[in-house]
Design a binder for this molecule. Structure first.
Ligand code: NAP
Length: 337
């Protein structure tokens, strides 16, 4: 059986990717950090086949020893400080994990085996946030970077060092430039999940308002389940290359809010939403919209879940979760459809 090693397995994409690779017949190993990581128990319950190993992207010896132990065919580096707002308040941590962590992973691969004789294939989770103040629209693999946050800057380093190790040492290293992707496993700190969770809690009478930054921001939002498949497809190619993964469509945060409230039967959402500039970024990114033509042509990849379906899926999940926690019977609610 092929062996896959995932950093960031406790995160949204890590969980989707572990499930996907397990379904493809891989032995899946996931790295967890910390001496008592609170996310491990849920992961072990949900994925008993997943083998967990201990390590940290801040610690090169730990990466070398897990690679020696696991001997993977494929390494997916998804671990990162991934929340843009946190990167503004903890920029050094972000640079260390999201940026230098990639260098450490690549060095560990070089030390343990990643040459043409013993090729470990490497995937780096790059981000549309690297485009930031965009130079062209839509953005492709050729669009220059202009990051607008410490997170974006760290991702540019991670991306460039991946390309550099591919060119300098012949590593099979690919970078996926993924636009925003969401789903029921998205952390509550991210805007999509914050909105779908609030809509559900407001419907259940557990929360009274949703406090937001600007509603005018536009994003290209896809479904995480579709996007992790693209990561795997990149590593099955004959030669390593970088790919943009996106839907090519864009929505505003306002449309997200409208749809989430509509999904719980609230059409007049405005009285529930309060604006607070503290949620605005010090420097906002422009209109991010990706052109995934290369991935469509070369990988045969296409997104399957559209934005309306994605929001409905996330709201349904939050309703079920919050109702179960509060002991509320969903059948007693007046819900659409
Ligand atoms: P996520 O849910 O925030 O997960 C981040 C993961 O990184 C968690 O498992 C976290 O572990 C782990 N991590 C944090 N610090 C670490 C460290 N020092 N050592 C090892 N692991 C560490 O992020 P995601 O949405 O799944 O995204 C996966 C990757 O894709 C990230 O690199 C992200 O930046 C990138 N990306 C995401 C999107 C998106 O829209 N989701 C778009 C483009 C790129 P613990 O939670 O256990 O601490």
């Amino acid at each position: 059986m092929p062996r896959a090693f995932i950093t960031g397995v406790t995160g949204q994409d890590g969980q989707h990717l572990a499930e996907f690779l397990h379904g493809q017949g891989y032995d899946v190993f996931g790295m967890v950090k910390g001496q008592n990581n609170p996310r491990v128990a849920a992961l072990t319950d949900e994925m008993p086949w997943l083998e967990l190993v201990s390590g940290d992207l801040a610690d090169l010896p730990s990466l070398v020893s897990v690679l020696e132990m696991v001997q993977p065919d494929e390494v997916y580096n998804l671990g990162a400080i991934s929340f843009v707002a946190l990167s503004f308040t903890q920029p050094e941590l972000t640079a260390n994990i999201t940026g230098l962590g990639v260098l450490r992973m690549l060095e560990a691969i070089r030390m343990v085996g990643g040459t043409h004789d013993n090729p470990i294939r490497f995937y780096q989770a790059s981000s549309s946030e690297m485009f930031g103040k965009v130079r062209e629209t839509p953005q492709t693999e050729m669009t220059p970077f202009h990051p607008r946050s410490p997170y974006g800057c760290a991702k540019v380093f991670g991306h460039d060092i991946t390309v550099n190790y591919r060119e300098s040492y012949g590593l099979f290293a690919c970078s996926g430039i993924l636009f925003n992707h969401e789903g029921p496993r998205r952390g509550l700190e991210f805007v999509t999940r914050k909105v779908t969770n609030a809509a559900a809690r407001i419907k259940l009478g557990l929360q009274h308002e949703l406090v937001m930054g600007t509603l005018d921001t536009k994003r290209d939002w896809g479904f995480a389940g579709d996007y992790v498949k693209a990561m795997w497809m990149m590593l099955q190619q004959d030669s390593p290359e970088d790919f943009v993964i996106a839907t090519g469509e864009t929505q505003t945060v306002r449309e997200l809010v409208e749809r989430a409230f509509a999904a719980v039967g609230i059409d007049d959402w405005e009285p529930y939403v309060r604006k607070d500039p503290k949620f605005d970024r010090p420097a906002e990114v422009d209109l991010l919209i990706g052109d995934a033509s290369k991935a469509k042509e070369q990988l045969g990849w296409e997104p399957e879940v559209a934005f309306p379906e994605l929001v409905t899926m996330m709201v349904a999940n939050d309703l079920a979760l919050e109702a179960a926690k509060a002991g509320i019977d969903l059948d007693t609610l007046d819900l659409p459809g």
